[in-house]
Write a protein that binds this ligand. Sequence first.
Ligand code: SF4
Ligand code: SF4
Length: 463
Amino acid sequence: MAKKSLKAKPLLSPQYCKACGLCVEACAQGCLVMGEAIHPETGLRPVVLDIERCTACGLCISACPEPYALAPLPVEGETEIPAPPPKAALTTPDTRLPLAIEDPLVIRGTYASAIGALLAGCRNFFGYPITPSTEGAELMALLLPKLDGVFVQAVSELATINMMYGCGGAGRRAMTFTSSPGMSLMLEGLSYMIGAEIPGVVVDVMRGGPGLGNIAPEQSDIKLVCRSLGHGNTHGIVLAPSTPQEMLDLTFDAFELSFRYRIPAVVLCDGYLGQMTGRVVLPKTMVRPGVPGWAVTGDREHRRNLMCSIELSERDLEEHNRRLIEKYKRIEKSEQRADLFHCDDAEVILVACNTPARMAKGAVRELRQRGAKVGLFRPLTLWPFPIQALEPVVARARRIVVVEASDGQLEDELRLALSHAGMRLPARIESLRHYGGVLPQLHEIVDVVLPDALSAGASRGRA
Ligand code: SF4
Ligand code: SF4
């Protein structure tokens, strides 16, 4: 907002000063200097004004880009201090627009995810290429310029996530594609986003670890995204697709959830799923995003909003953490999602997500044909873990077999969820694990489940 050039002494409101220093440059008298003390509300260092030396030229007021930081000092009957902005800026709600594309697409998982993001109203992509996620970024590079969107290949994952911070802070929908080593590099920025309550969507196409590992599919990041998105009381919403269709649907949902709760969301898939081609049906509607009231958009109403994860007072930081934890509880209560396959009468429950869940589903079909009462419990949200849906299933089961391409990271989430829910563990939790890009195979799952399942069936028959 341009200010009129006023011949007046300035009135400084440090809580609105963004410490840009423009007024310091403008003042020929040296009345303004960069401050050293951190303002407790903003975490910034506002300028300091020596009003005694001021000649009332008004240049500092004209130079200041902030509408409320420097105002003309009221002189009786001559000037007025501009009214402060309203407490909360208005939200312009999202609009749902009809989408009349009936024919399904046949596309790979990363493309489906990119299209899901576009349909959710994302027009901002920041990223650094890393196999096996790069194709998603490539499609965004192709499509976003045609949609008046922004595609930026950043110099690194650190730059990427901080660009997402800025874009999300402006209330705009931003995303990135990355893979496991890139995900590690984004953790600091994600922690800041969680602390400042800034939304954004990361699609993590997991590959074999540790370190650079290889580019084959693994579920190496489950622990990272469910337990370690930062160095404090941090959580992000974690969604786990198993098909190209779910890559689209869950990426679309990730934006909705991320903005509803002002929290980053991670779509966690694996290298196999990212490259897998499948049939994808588009939704009936797409989103034209509005402008959230909390965003920093630069207009008068939103200008006073501050996106920040720094709280220097211990009490304030504790209060902030309490609010975040309350938010996590609301998400845990309302946003658990799971897919249950033949679980109603199952005595053996397979638990799996991402590509291993596809093998597990095939195994359930084969085992059922051979008379074993087996079902598949597939978490669609890894955080929050869908314990509400699991509870009745586990209560009936004799065995749980966790099928995963990791060293028990999914099993740990399962055990933690059961423990937090205060549930008595079923008699046995077993595992079938592979690493380094080797995926659990259908026949292996059948071999683990079948002998015991059939003997239990035979005992039931005798009884
Ligand atoms: S009104 Fe002029 S002299 Fe006074 S502080 Fe501003 S720039 Fe300096
Ligand atoms: S120009 Fe305004 S925002 Fe910038 S340092 Fe001076 S008072 Fe603060």
